[in-house]
Design a protein around this ligand. Sequence first.
Ligand code: NAD
Ligand SMILES: O=C(O)C(=O)C[C@@H](O)[C@H](O)[C@H](O)COP(=O)(O)O
Ligand code: ZN
Length: 372
Amino acid sequence: MSDTTDLIRVDLGERSYDIEIGSGNSASLAGFIEARRPTEHVVVVTDSNVAGLHADALSDRLTDQGLEVLLLEIDAGEPSKCADMAFELWSRMLEEGVDRKSVVLAIGGGVVGDLAGFVAATFMRGLPFFQAPTTLLAQVDSSVGGKVGINLPGGKNMVGAFWQPAGVLVDVDLLATLPEREYRAGMAEVVKYGVILDAEFFAYLEANVEGINARLPEVLRHVVKRCCRLKADVVEADETETSGRRAVLNYGHTFGHALEAATGYTRLLHGEAVAIGMTCAARLSEAIGAAPCGFTQRQSALLETIGLPTTTPVDLDPEELLELMWRDKKVEGGQLRLVLARTFGDVGLFADTPSEAILTAIGPSTRAAQGL
Ligand SMILES: NC(=O)c1ccc[n+]([C@@H]2O[C@H](COP(=O)([O-])OP(=O)(O)OC[C@H]3O[C@@H](n4cnc5c(N)ncnc54)[C@H](O)[C@@H]3O)[C@@H](O)[C@H]2O)c1
Ligand SMILES: O=C(O)C(=O)C[C@@H](O)[C@H](O)[C@H](O)COP(=O)(O)O
Ligand SMILES: [Zn+2]
């Protein structure tokens, strides 16, 4: 373990918590939990990839340190973020005698975190919940802020809750085993933070693409810390997405979630869908005159250098995608509200965007061209 860890405080009154960021610090997970929610029993939720790589060993360590551990493993992948899987976890917890003194610990990526958090929020009307994120995406975004939930076949994250974790322990060393494609997908959310909140951070990413692609530890630590602080600030200002401030975190997501649903949650990773969605949002921002000419080009250049997709798959029908976009949780009073950009570091909610402009921003479709 490194000598130093960084602590980021998420200030939410009685729901406040720490994000601890370090290298090798997952070795002290038991102490991190017990210092915040004294307990004897931990329900560890993980997935079939993370189990053998990290979660089994971390669970053994918790046991060695005196905690009783129930280890629950789900199949890896987005399709597990569903009602059937939540039902299976609730049922196992009931059978195994989990009670209100137990805590739930997610060890995995955003799928594990969102699902385990939803189960924690609902089992016996709510158990304390900890996150030990193991993907870049989860370390910079999904483990922070308390959005937990599951997908419906027709809509992403359609059932869920705001259930803040009692603590988040980020060990960047765990990223060493992350497959390249998953790492790049996490970078999409990182780029998002630069675009929506911090032009200087966006420029830092542009200047450090080599270090990013090489996963240099100092670059990773800086990236994780900056994203967590930026997200914490937004969540502190608008915990439950009521005032509209939190909606900025949704940049690219109305398009992205439609792409994920249209492809059955199996073809595109969330981060890949967000990268394409951010490109659509940027194009639309320019088209309506909100963002200056060249904005999309600069954003796409960074996404593409990192190896992320920026074009809508040609077999998808823009009209069908637009229909799916109307299921977005930001739809209000019969208006589709989209997060669009004014410039780097400055985005906001826009209503009344003409459908034709949205369809054009989604991009050309060979299906439409073929009259399908
Ligand atoms: N709650 C939020 O605020 C929020 C924010 C962003 C995204 N999300 C959600 O997060 C999900 C995507 O998360 P994700 O990208 O982490 O996907 P994921 O959880 O599916 O993990 C990606 C893949 O990496 C594997 N993996 C995880 N850690 C690993 C490691 N250290 N080494 C090797 N393999 C590892 C997993 O088994 C999986 O196959 C989506 O459902 C998205 O909607 C939620
Ligand atoms: O935390 C948030 O708020 C976000 O919007 C972060 C997003 O990256 C994340 O994908 C989130 O799950 C999307 O939320 P949703 O409310 O649009 O389902
Ligand atoms: Zn996201």
